[in-house]
Design a protein around this ligand. Sequence first.
Ligand code: ADP
Ligand code: ZN
Length: 608
Amino acid sequence: MVRYLMPTTDRGGSERSDETLRRMFGYDSFRPHQREIVEAILARRDVFAAMPTGGGKSLCYQLPSVLLEGLTVVVSPLIALMQDQVDGALANGLEAAFLNSSLDPVAAREVWHRVARGTVRLLYVSPERVAMDSFRERLRDQGVSLFAIDEAHCISEWGHEFRPDYRTLSVLRAEFPSTPIAAFTATATPLVQDDVIRLLQLRSPLAVRGDFDRREIYYRVRRKERVNDQILAFVRSHSEQPGIVYRATRRSTEETVAKLVSNGISAVAYHAGLSDRERRANQARFVKDEVRIVVATIAFGMGIDKSNVRWIIHGDLPRSIEAYYQETGRAGRDGDPAEALLFYGPQDIMTIRYHIDRMESEQESERATRNLQEMIRYADSGVCRRVQLLAHFAQHHPGRCRGCDVCEGEVAMSDQTIPAQMAMSAMIRTGERFGAHHLVDIVTGEASDRVRRLGHDRLPTFGVGQDHDRRWWLRLVQDLEGAGLVRRRDGAKSGLMISPAGKAVLTGTERFHTADRPEKPAPRVKATESALDPEQEQLLGRLRALRTRLARERGVPPYVVFSDKTLRIMASVRPHDRATLLEVPGIGEHKAEVYGTHFLEEIGSTGA
Ligand code: ADP
Ligand code: ZN
């Protein structure tokens, strides 16, 4: 039986909650939204609350657990942290306990006894428990006066932390028709909010959205060059400040740790390759300030309560804005100034696309693609970072935030409408069927075999863009894609076509701006017409011999393999990998594919 002890008038409820706030929690006043939520719960209304991390969500169900007769059940996915949550509650004099798979049967039985006696009023449980029929049956016998669902976004596939075991929470409404359900999350877009409300079957809930703006965090994006050096430089210029570096893979995590440690900086790794014990130990050392930096894959940080994290670095492009904002939100929880720095380069986009291409479900890959596009736009556009981040949570910000690199003028922007038009016109004139490399051949006037064969060297756009180098143009095409002005045809690897937004730029009704980026310092290929030194001449001889051999094997004339000019340039710049090979004029992707390794091997060998 569940009874509500308090007088049901608003005033009565208010007074009781004010009094409990002071007496049990030691606070003079509620934080924004806490009162509304507490009172809705006391009036037995469902609640959906999206409040930023540190907003004070736990109080919203802990306080009612004191005032409601009977049991409050808190569902939380953070098994590792349940003990801490319970300790925190006990420290405030709440009668709390937890039940999850880490508890042995004897201890679990003891918890049930205390629940039955009424000496446990706040029970933390894992979603796996709730999924067990026997467990819910027991709760039904017991009677539950409130379900609080922590990290409620985990129930939605639209969220960035979907957990299948959260799905069983959908049965709670039917099995406990008269028990209010309050769902809490720090990270919910309107889409996720709708999903949570629908899946938990909340009945006209009080829906609350907190203020997601983290004014204390300065947002900055930088081009990624040699990221471990860049991270080291940042860390050195922020002496003694604790921070978190997020990396995309185990390996890069380890590399960053090695770089920091070998430079005398205290840092530990946190990733799925470590044992539970190692992970817990590393986390604990960080929380206790015994180690300054954690370098982690995304698994790190959920539920961590360390208020003095001063900066967050992302060494790789995150997969979604939602995940990014959640991770950067771990800085500055004490309200003092903090920094979020994101490094990003074209390689990141390729890596994420590679994973997307291998996703099984079409729905999943569409979602991931959209997230990626949004992330690229964030990193690459010249719009106030805060405006973009908050827009993601449906919160309007007027801009000029004074807390991001764009607003503070750190990012030089320039109008690239004309180059954008050149690239798009090359697309149009070639039937929107070609990829970036071919299009760049055309605008830079590179008469590759393919260009000549297709007659693309006779197009009016051929060679119009010679005042920028190849790399510059490749990035421009990427920016056009990032900005949604061009897109890939039917998810194919190449074959770019122009979107309606792109047409607007092409016709000049809209302009196109991108963040400035340095041109490659002296393009090495320019120096090639000059004479070769004796060593280079010798290499050229070997390259010629190789060309002859390959041409003979394939039954084609040697110039079809590579032109003399290409060989000379190769001999002088000595490309050492596929990327540098592609910078040599006359080497397109196809040739790099077919002949690349042979030539790279020849260049790499000593010639002896
Ligand atoms: P969340 O779960 O939303 O991230 P917490 O519940 O952990 O946030 O609360 C963050 C911090 O704010 C905690 O240290 C908590 O004790 C404190 N806090 C919560 N409510 C209040 C309040 N009304 N006044 C002052 N501090 C509060
Ligand atoms: Zn700004």
